[in-house]
Design a protein around this ligand. Structure first.
Ligand SMILES: *Cc1c(COP(=O)(O)O)cnc(C)c1O
Length: 399
C-alpha cells in the first residue's frame, strides 16, 4: 500500500479524534524519527514526553524483548517479579510507600481520585471535593475531564462528575479561600504541561503542603508529564522541598510502553483493599520490565538528569536570544529541565508546520505556546539545529 492509501484508509477506519501531520512514521532511533519516504526528523516532542530515553532505547528494548519471550501477561491474580521490582524502585526513589499500576495518565488520576474519596469515607468523613487549577490537564475520562480546569475539554460531555472546583494556578491564597467543609484534596501538576508550560513560584508547592496540613486534606500531584526526569530531577516535586501524599505517573515511565502508576503514603494507601480498585492490564510483566530499566537508567547514572538540567538551561538561553531578536513575535520563554515553552504573540501552528518541512518536530499547545520536549540525553548540536531552524523561519513570519 502506498503512503497516500494508508493515510486515506485511516480516515475511513479510525475515529477522527486527532489532528495529525500527514506523515507515516515507520522507525525511531534516539531523538530521530523516520517517515515512509525515508525522511529523517529531529524529534523535539518525544511522543509527548513519553520517549524520555529516546526511541528504541537499547537497554529498555532488550529488557522487554527478553520479557516478551518469557511472560507477557497473567492478570493480577498472580504475583510477577517485574511488577514488584518496579514498585520497589518507585518507592525507594520517592516519598511513597505503595504503588497501584494502571495503563495511562488518566487512569492513574482516576485511581488517585478514588483513593482520596475512599480514604475520607473510611474515616467516616463526608469530605470528597477536590480543588484543581484552571488550565490544568488531568486526562480524558469523565472524572479526569471533570478534574481538568478547562472548559474546552468539558463541552459536549456534561454532566460532569461532581466534586471538583477550580482555582487559578500558582495562587495558594485562592486555594485557601476555596476550601470548604467538604474539601478532601488539592490536585495540581507541579508544572502545567498541556496548559502552556506554566511554572509556579518556587514556594507554591510548599504553600500547598502547609495548607493541606493545616486543614487535614491531601496533596495530590499529577506528575504524568513532569515525572521521570523531565524537569532534571526524577520527580518535579523534588525541586520543592516538600512532598505530596499521592502522586501519579505515566508518560515517560515505560519509555513508550503503556503504563501508569499511582503512588501514596501507607496511611492513605491502606484504604485500597481487595476489590476497591483494579485493572486487568495494570502492571503486566511486559510493561513493568521496560519501566524497571527506565528507572534503573535514570537512578544508577546521574549523567542523564544532569544533562537534562544543563541542556535545559542552554536551550532556554538560546531561545531567549531569539526572543531578543523577535520581541514582537515572542512573548516569553519558560521551562524547567527539558519541559520548555515559548509563548508567542501569534498562533504557533504555522511555525510547527514550517519546522516539520525543515525536518524538526515540535509541538504547540494552547494555540500560542510552542512546546519542546526532547529526550533527556539531547546534545547541544541538536539544540543548535532547532535554534537555527527557528532562526530561518521567524524572518518569513514577519512578512
Ligand atoms: C498527558 C497527561 C495526562 C493524561 O495521560 P493519558 O496517558 O493521555 O491518559 C494526565 N495528566 C497530565 C499532567 C498529562 O500531561
Amino acid at each position: 500500500m502506498s503512503t497516500h492509501d494508508i493515510l486515506e484508509e485511516s480516515k475511513k477506519y479510525i475515529m477522527n479524534t486527532y489532528k495529525r501531520f500527514p506523515l507515516l512514521i515507520v522507525k525511531g532511533r534516539g531523538n530521530r524519527i523516520y517517515d515512509s519516504e525515508g525522511t529523517e526528523y529531529l524529534d523535539f516532542v518525544s511522543g509527548l514526553a513519553v520517549n524520555n530515553l529516546g526511541h528504541c532505547n537499547p537497554r529498555v528494548t532488550v529488557a522487554f524483548q527478553k520479557q516478551a519471550q518469557r511472560l507477557v501477561h497473567t492478570s493480577n491474580l498472580f504475583y510477577t517479579e517485574p511488577q514488584i521490582k518496579l514498585a520497589r524502585l518507585l518507592v525507594e526513589n520517592s516519598f511513597a510507600d505503595k504503588v497501584f499500576f494502571c495503563n495511562s495518565g488518566a487512569e492513574a488520576n482516576e485511581a488517585a481520585i478514588k483513593l482520596v474519596r475512599k480514604y475520607f469515607r473510611d474515616k467516616g468523613s463526608n469530605c470528597h471535593e477536590i480543588i484543581t487549577a484552571y488550565n490544568s490537564f488531568h486526562g480524558r475520562t469523565l472524572a479526569t475531564i471533570s478534574a481538568t480546569g478547562q472548559e474546552k475539554f468539558h463541552k459536549g460531555f456534561e454532566p460532569l462528575v461532581p466534586g471538583f472546583s477550580y482555582v487559578p494556578f500558582n495562587d495558594a491564597g485562592a486555594v485557601e479561600k476555596a476550601i470548604t467543609d467538604k474539601t478532601a484534596a488539592i490536585m495540581v501538576e507541579p508544572i502545567q504541561g498541556e496548559g502552556g508550560v506554566n511554572i509556579p513560584d518556587e514556594d507554591y508547592l510548599r504553600h500547598l503542603r502547609k495548607i493541606c496540613d493545616d486543614h487535614g486534606i491531601l496533596l495530590v500531584l499529577d506528575e504524568v508529564q513532569t515525572g521521570i526526569g523531565r524537569t532534571g530531577k526524577l520527580f518535579a516535586y523534588q525541586h520543592s522541598g516538600s512532598e505530596p501524599d499521592i502522586m501519579t505517573l505515566a508518560k515517560g515511565l515505560g519509555n513508550g510502553l503503556p503504563i501508569g502508576a499511582m503512588l501514596a503514603k501507607n496511611s492513605i494507601a491502606q484504604s485500597f483493599t481487595p476489590g476497591s480498585h483494579a485493572s486487568t492490564f495494570g502492571g503486566t510483566p511486559l510493561v513493568c520490565s521496560a519501566a524497571v530499566e527506565v528507572l534503573k537508567t535514570l537512578t544508577e547514572d546521574e549523567n542523564i538528569l544532569d544533562n537534562c538540567s544543563r541542556m535545559g538551561k542552554y536551550f532556554i538561553e538560546e531561545l531567549s536570544k531569539l526572543k531578543g531578536r523577535y520581541p514582537h513575535l515572542i512573548k516569553n520563554i519558560r521551562g524547567k529541565g527539558l519541559l520548555i515553552g515559548m509563548e508567542l504573540n501569534i498562533k504557533g501552528e504555522d511555525i510547527v508546520n514550517k519546522c516539520l518541512e525543515k525536518g524538526v518536530v515540535i509541538n504547540c499547545t494552547m494555540e500560542r505556546i510552542l512546546r519542546f520536549l526532547p529526550p533527556l540525553d539531547i546534545n547541544q548540536i541538536d539544540i543548535d539545529t532547532l535554534i537555527d531552524t527557528l532562526s530561518e523561519i521567524f524572518p518569513s513570519i514577519e512578512n
